[in-house]
Design a protein around this ligand. Structure first.
Ligand code: NAP
Length: 517
């Protein structure tokens, strides 16, 4: 069995003590084991800060961008092998695995390209210099400087490659070293990516470290210039926010957590129109892609009451075409959920939703394809229907992180906005409509509760990748339940890793400093 090692203080380290075992969720076969016991976390974070941070800060944005390009290339060059690992350890279909692995290389390449516009400098200007007194010479110039700490990245199990790539791209380009901690259960892909980057000797010593398993007491060693970027469940986020250095030393924290994302069929969208078909396509994709284990997946589907039955029928008939089973078996189009814990949680979530909504699909005999009898963590696509969403509660409060969604009826645009906002803040909501006044009313009514609102109208119906795809040009994150975080968004993504500071003084001196910086 493979033994995963962590990469700390410039060396590979195999932990001692009782290991965690990583399995194939389709067959429950053990694939690898890992332990982080015995890691000197204080030393690892210190090495990253002192050695990695110092080296990165000497490089220009363009030079850091070239490193991101090399990281992207090495991932892409090893794509097939990484896809195989994702299929085995994550229960991904090949297409799911591509979504993750290509998402990582694509995001790194995007930031490599972006670095060109920042060119040979090391300091980012934040706006123009502002005159501070009557005379024109005394001015204030805001700068964004790399924080002189370490960026600790704690990732969720569902995107071991993309989660690594999207966080790494912004941190490294901003000039901060990273310590990445993938979720233990699916760490094989992230472990291999780090191995490839280390073997290719792309980054300066200390710029990249890996904790391949449980975090131990690592967070106790965070200091005031460090940042902690977390993706995962809201409960874990609450624990991390209460960590002593976060409270005492104001460690900067970004949280990407649960989200009850919604899709709204607009009041004007007629069944069988291009806009309607795009809506059905996106809902079905989000229920099944990565077996519904996407933070951005549509969980709540809002439709005009008159179309409720038609929509349920159309979505259910498409979902019935999916073949659930071992992703390595031909014709399988949806794999298992990632872990035994996930299976338990998803089943419990389905029972909770069933208390208040009726089940239209997913209740009945179910035989996954290509697996030994009784093995694997499988859940069939499951669809609920809710006629009175304003009287329901679980559907707006409990994220079932699997192939599960609820279709709900609404009566007018105002009510649709109210229903969507019951989710308490989300990553993304999507609206399928062509009537500009309805689009304006709904989109502006829900936008402040979301990081993104995707508007799909007939003319872009075949161009949008759907709301579940996070593109690096736009921000990823959302208020409230979604964690209150913000990642990506082009250069905005560097802000979290930078300290804003205003230099005040003689304009000529400040200009010279900036020029040299
Ligand atoms: P999780 O159980 O909260 O774990 C997330 C990460 O936190 C894992 O790496 C885990 O490590 C680590 N962790 C747990 N306790 C910790 C502690 N005390 N100190 C430091 N790290 C700790 O979440 P998950 O089950 O992996 O992911 C599912 C959840 O993530 C869902 O709720 C989903 O909505 C959310 N999610 C959100 C986004 C987003 O971008 N908003 C994206 C993906 C997923 P171990 O694995 O070693 O326990």
């Amino acid at each position: 069995m493979q033994v995963l090692r962590s990469y700390v203080s410039g060396s590979w380290f195999a932990g001692k003590g009782k290991p965690s075992v990583l399995v194939n969720p389709a067959t429950e076969e053990a694939l690898a084991e890992t332990s982080t016991e015995g890691i000197d976390f204080a030393g690892a974070l210190g090495f990253a800060r002192d050695v990695g941070g110092a080296a990165l800060r000497k490089l220009t944005f363009a030079e850091r961008g070239e490193m991101l390009r090399a990281m992207s290339r090495v991932i892409h060059a090893n794509r097939d092998a990484l896809l195989d690992l994702a299929m085995a350890n994550g229960g991904n279909t090949r297409s799911d695995a591509k979504f993750d692995v290509d998402g990582a290389s694509g995001t790194l390449a995007f930031y490599a390209e972006l670095s060109k516009e920042l060119g040979p400098r090391r300091v980012l200007l934040d706006g123009d210099a502002a005159q501070l007194t009557r005379g024109p010479r005394f001015v204030g110039q805001h700068l964004l400087l790399p924080r002189r700490g370490v960026a600790v990245h704690v990732n969720a199990f569902n995107f071991p490659a993309w989660g690594f790539g999207e966080k790494a791209a912004c941190a490294l380009l901003a000039g901060m070293p990273i310590v990445v901690k993938p979720a233990t259960s699916t760490a094989i892909v992230a472990h291999r990516i780090v191995e490839l980057i280390v073997e290719a000797n792309i980054l300066p010593a200390g710029a990249l470290s890996l904790i391949a398993g449980p975090p131990g007491n690592m967070l106790d060693y965070l200091t005031g210039e460090d940042v902690l970027s977390f993706t995962g469940g809201g409960g874990t986020a609450a624990t991390l926010r209460a960590a002593a250095p976060v409270v005492k030393d104001s460690v900067r924290v970004n949280v990407e957590a649960d989200s009850l994302n919604s899709a709204i069929l607009g009041p004007d969208a007629e069944p069988s129109s291009d806009t309607y078909n795009a809506f059905v396509r996106d809902v079905v994709r989000d229920i099944t892609q990565k077996t519904g284990q996407k933070c951005t997946a549509i969980r709540r589907v809002l439709v005009p009451r008159a179309h409720l039955d038609q929509v349920v029928e159309d979505i259910a008939s498409r979902l019935k075409e999916f073949v659930v089973g071992n992703p390595t078996t031909e014709k399988v189009t949806m794999g298992p959920v990632a872990t035994a814990t996930q299976l338990r949680d998803v089943r419990a979530g389905i029972e909770l939703l069933a208390k208040e909504s009726r089940r239209a699909l997913g209740d009945g005999a179910f035989e996954p394809a290509g697996v030994p009898a009784g093995k694997g963590y499988f859940v069939p696509p499951t669809l609920f229907v809710q006629d009175k969403p304003l009287e329901a509660s679980a559907v707006h409060a409990h994220e079932v992180f699997g192939p599960v969604a609820t279709v709900m009826a609404y009566d007018d645009a105002d009510q649709a906005v109210t229903i969507v906002r019951r989710g308490g803040g989300g990553l993304v909501s999507s609206l399928y409509a062509d009537d500009r006044s309805a689009i304006g009313e709904i989109a502006l009514g829900i936008a402040s509760a979301h990081g993104r609102v995707v508007i799909t109208s007939a003319k872009v119906a075949d161009q949008t990748p759907g709301p579940g795809t996070v593109l690096p040009q736009s921000i990823h994150g959302g208020p409230g339940r979604a964690g209150g975080g913000e990642e990506l968004g082009g250069l905005r993504g560097l802000g979290f890793y930078s300290q804003r500071s205003a230099l005040q003084g003689d304009r000529a001196i400040l200009d010279a400093i900036v020029e040299r910086g």
